[in-house]
Design a binder for this molecule. Structure first.
Ligand SMILES: NC(=O)c1ccc[n+]([C@@H]2O[C@H](COP(=O)([O-])OP(=O)(O)OC[C@H]3O[C@@H](n4cnc5c(N)ncnc54)[C@H](OP(=O)(O)O)[C@@H]3O)[C@@H](O)[C@H]2O)c1
Length: 337
């Protein structure tokens, strides 16, 4: 495998992985070797098989040692798994499993053809070699906007649970514009049960916007059969978890890049406490409730010095309300502790 790594390094770094392959005869003697020379050219295993053939050597019963799992994908070149089967290779040893969803499955294909397959050999070294290429397959955490519509005294619902509408029409039109831009709207099941929102993006005249975000409901309780989130709009997905990181992993895996968390306070607090909110949209309505549901609950902060500090990036008067847009303050606060 060490030799396969050396060969891999001869290939160019680019959109394709650097891969090396060594073919060993049944007695363990080297038969041939090859490496991938970049996008559009033959893969390392195929280069090694061709080199053996050009030398008049037979790969029947050989062992192929490859730094990356042989692909199972017909792109500009044919699947390597098939080429290895056709050549009569008996055993395949590889370092790193192929993370590319369209190319993975080569090992399984080989096993089904009766070939002995050994994976994860010197895998850490292999991953080190392929670091830059593998990074392209890591799902990126979506950008998270948290929306809160609150009274001047930071209540999102009155003492009897009523919350519609704390903000006025202009703020709601603005919020619908944001909904139309994001990939998903995320709410807790408590909000679905209390407010029965449709979670659609609508234009100022109430019509459905052309693009509808997915509707994500977080929590263990079921979404009622009659819930408005089941109506016309984006696809509905239930995530029976309380872990914001898990929610974001699932959304990243679905290719979502920007999501809007609309509360309620339990879900909002969990996202804030986990430090995964990138932008806060606080619609501040000029009314006081005195009692009722607080916008945010426990954030695990015991003393002022531990406060989460935010930086206001813009303010917008959405008559009669005020929208504050803020981002987490990254630098250390200059306030005395
Ligand atoms: N003005 C606004 O901006 C606004 C927006 C939304 C809601 N609201 C108001 O907020 C109130 C509802 O508040 P809420 O806090 O119950 O709503 P929520 O945050 O939407 O839902 C809370 C529920 O979600 C589940 N959950 C998800 N993540 C959780 C976590 N990390 N920890 C614990 N539980 C988690 C739990 O249900 P399970 O036990 O089933 O898992 C929990 O009971 C309503 O009065 C509504 O009108 C106001």
């Amino acid at each position: 495998m060490g030799r396969a790594f050396e060969l891999a390094r001869r290939g160019p770094q680019g959109s394709n992985p650097q891969v090396g392959a060594v073919l060993l005869a049944p007695d363990g003697q080297p038969l041939a070797e090859g490496w991938h020379q970049g996008a559009g050219t033959a893969h390392a295993e195929v280069v090694a098989l061709a080199a053996a053939q050009a030398d008049g050597r037979n790969a029947l019963g050989a062992t192929a040692v490859v730094s990356l799992e042989p692909c199972n994908h017909t792109g500009r070149t044919g699947p390597c798994s098939q080429a290895l089967v056709k050549a009569g290779v008996r055993r395949v040893v590889y370092a790193v499993a192929d993370p590319n969803p369209s190319a993975a499955g080569g090992a399984e294909q080989l096993r089904q053809a009766g070939i002995e397959v050994v994976g994860d050999v010197l895998a850490a070294q292999g991953r080190q070699l392929l670091q830059a290429w593998l990074a392209g397959f890591q799902p990126v955490r979506p950008y998270v906007i948290l929306k809160i519509a609150q009274s001047l005294d930071a209540r999102v619902a009155a003492a009897d649970g009523t919350s519609r509408w704390i903000t006025g029409a202009a703020a709601r039109v603005h919020a619908h514009g944001i909904r139309a831009e994001v990939d998903a709207i995320v709410v807790g099941i408590g909000t679905v049960l209390a407010d029965n929102p449709a979670l659609t993006a609508r234009t100022a005249d109430g019509a459905l916007a052309a693009r509808q975000p997915e509707r994500i409901v977080v929590g263990r309780r079921e979404v009622p059969a009659s819930a408005a989130v089941r109506g016309t709009g984006g696809a509905l997905m239930r995530l029976p978890t309380h872990d914001p990181a898990e929610v974001l992993d699932r959304l990243a895996a679905r290719g979502h890049r920007q999501v809007l968390v609309e509360g309620g306070p339990t879900l909002a607090s969990a996202f804030l406490q986990a430090g995964v909110v990138d932008e806060l949209h606080c619609y501040l309505a000029p009314l006081l409730l005195g009692a009722g549901t607080s916008a945010v609950s426990n954030l695990g902060i015991a003393t002022l010095a531990q406060a989460q500090r935010w930086q206001i990036s813009s303010t917008h008067l959405l008559d009669p309300d005020l929208l504050l847009i803020a981002n987490p303050l990254k630098e250390k606060s200059c306030l005395p502790e």
